[in-house]
Design a protein around this ligand. Structure first.
Ligand SMILES: [Zn+2]
Length: 231
């Protein structure tokens, strides 16, 4: 039963992630709610059968059905990570729906950050709203431990932002995670994000990564996915 629950959630997550990729691609440009996905090369509108996350990709061997141009592998990766992020979400509860919206908002920002090193703040509005509502309700019950987990990291991140070593978007997302989940959850998310980033850089660039600019939010999202899976 648990397996079926996880599998269904994984599939819902894949679909949401697939749609997030479309929105990030067309934000402020085209209608992204009702128009179908298109092949980037031949412009052919994909049928519903071509849009089943992961399965279509595997069946079509990662190629457009019509012009056989390769479909970027990153779409498959986005779908898989998105699917994993949603595995433990209880869609039948109010809190689960809030979780789902928050995750979607962050995923959208992560994809945009990855593609363009920037994102539209409007994408974060649902997450900011949910984080503030949660924080207002929970604030009176904060313990000393919560402040110890929160304040030093906040000061450190602010210091990095002021010195332009970190984008203000990253700080924003730290606050959202700390408010919506818990400071400790946000700390662990950022810690795992940093570890993923270091491993990726060591594998990809070996030792010449000095001065390289990186989009950090995708790593934060992967760290978040890990925390959501193990919590
Ligand atoms: Zn095509």
């Amino acid at each position: 039963m648990k397996f079926l629950f996880s599998l269904t959630n994984f599939f819902i997550g894949c679909c949401l992630a697939s749609h997030a990729a479309v929105i990030s691609d067309r934000f402020e440009k085209e209608d992204f709610i009702f128009k179908r996905s298109k092949c980037d090369y031949c412009g052919y509108e994909l049928s519903l059968l071509d849009e089943i996350p992961i399965i279509s990709h595997l069946l079509l061997k990662g190629k457009c059905r019509y012009c056989h141009s390769p479909i970027p592998i990153k779409l498959l990766i986005i779908e898989i990570i998105g699917g994993l992020a949603y595995i433990n979400i209880s869609f039948n509860q109010k809190s689960g729906i809030a979780d789902a919206i928050l995750i979607f908002s962050l995923l959208l920002v992560a994809i945009c950050d990855y593609e363009e090193m920037e994102f539209n703040l409007a994408m974060l509005v649902p997450a900011i709203y949910l984080a503030l509502i949660t924080e207002i309700n929970r604030f009176p019950s904060y313990r000393i431990a919560d402040y110890i987990e929160f304040v030093p990291i906040l000061i450190l991140l602010t210091y990095y932002v002021l010195n332009k070593k970190l984008g203000s978007g990253d700080l924003f997302i730290y606050l959202i995670l700390a408010f919506y989940f818990k400071p400790q959850f946000a700390d662990l998310t950022f810690l795992s994000a940093s570890i993923f980033l270091i491993i990726h850089f060591l594998l990809e660039y070996k030792d010449n990564f000095k001065g390289k600019e990186v989009a950090f939010i995708p790593y934060i999202f992967i760290g978040l996915t890990l925390q959501l899976l193990i919590h």
